[in-house]
Design a protein around this ligand. Structure first.
Ligand code: ATP
Ligand code: MG
Length: 285
């Protein structure tokens, strides 16, 4: 199926399709929410999208729109209240090593284990021999550029290094899909850029399928093949855009797409519009 690449100013429904071929992940009219003492709180109203094998799909949307909730449902931590999520054709999704998750927080490592053991431990839990687990862990620690720090403990690492360990640990499981929830959100701008480039390299080398949550348009453009744009909570998919082959930030296409995504994310903010009207009214009186 041809890919739509040209940014348009329309706010029409989801457009860019996953490349033809098997679908690895399919979210079909997914609805997600939480029971609170005051009743059911709907977070994701209706989300549908697909991810093809080896694709890099970014989920972007305003804070609180349900990005993490969606990722947790794909990981199998919570169950949709409506619609279905299927991964490799399966809809009954218990958490499992086929959907490894990397979170934003730096404290997702075991503090009492070395870098190498942090990466090896889930392999042991999933049935590999100690020798096998350590050999594979070493491989992924090297892939993440951490060979020199393999024997260090988490408290001896920078934030960026901790996130590299988390990425190595997730990839060592050789998941069908790598789920990442704002993994670089707590890093300084320079480290963040460096890790984005590193992630691109690692994903290209391992051919892992990526579903990456962010609220950064720049990050979406640097990392993604396609971007699923969610609106305010209870969210639905406003549009799906293809962002591969845009070239670097200096190209016209990149600038247009950045503008388009900014428009999309702003369009769905009626409160901001009201505020603007109020300001204008105030100015006019
Ligand atoms: N465990 C929970 N119990 C009740 N409500 C929750 C829970 N987790 C999230 N929510 C609510 O669900 C909505 C979506 O939250 P979620 O964390 O998925 O948003 P998000 O898009 O990831 O936001 P951010 O960009 O700030 O990380 C929010 O209104 C949030 O308050
Ligand atoms: Mg979140």
């Amino acid at each position: 199926m041809p890919l739509t690449r040209t940014p348009t100013k329309t706010t029409s429904r989801p457009a860019a399709h996953a490349p033809a071929g098997d679908t690895l992940l399919r979210a079909d009219h997914v609805q997600l929410g939480y029971w609170t003492p005051r009743g059911f709180n709907l977070a994701v109203g209706d989300a549908s999208f697909e991810v093809a094998p080896r694709e890099k799909v970014i989920v972007i949307g305003p804070s609180g729109c349900g990005k993490s909730t969606l990722l947790k449902a794909i990981a199998g931590f919570i169950t949709p209240t409506g619609g279905t999520i299927s991964v490799s054709g399966r809809t009954s999704l218990e958490p499992g090593p086929d959907r490894a998750v990397v979170f934003q927080e730096f404290d997702q490592l075991f503090p009492w284990r070395t870098v190498l053991d942090n990466v090896a431990y889930p392999l042991r839990v999933n049935g590999r021999s100690r020798r096998d687990a350590l050999a594979r862990a070493q491989e992924y620690v090297e892939l993440a550029g951490l060979a020199h720090a393999a024997d260090r403990y988490p408290h001896q690492l920078s934030g960026g290094m901790k996130q590299r360990v988390a990425i190595a640990r997730a990839l060592a499981l050789e998941p069908a899909i790598l789920l990442m929830d704002e993994p670089f959100g707590s890093l300084d701008a320079i480290t963040r850029q460096r890790l984005q480039a590193e992630l691109n390299r690692i994903v290209d080398q391992t051919h892992v399928t990526l579903l990456f949550v962010t609220h950064s348009i720049e990050e979406a453009l640097v990392l993604g093949d396609r971007v699923v744009v969610l609106g305010n909570s209870p969210s639905n998919v406003i549009e799906i855009v293809d962002v591969r082959d845009l070239g670097g930030p200096e190209t016209v296409e990149y600038g247009q797409m950045r503008g388009h995504l900014r428009d999309l994310l702003a369009v769905d903010k009626p409160i901001a519009d009201d505020e603007e009207e109020e300001v204008l009214d105030g100015d006019g009186s």
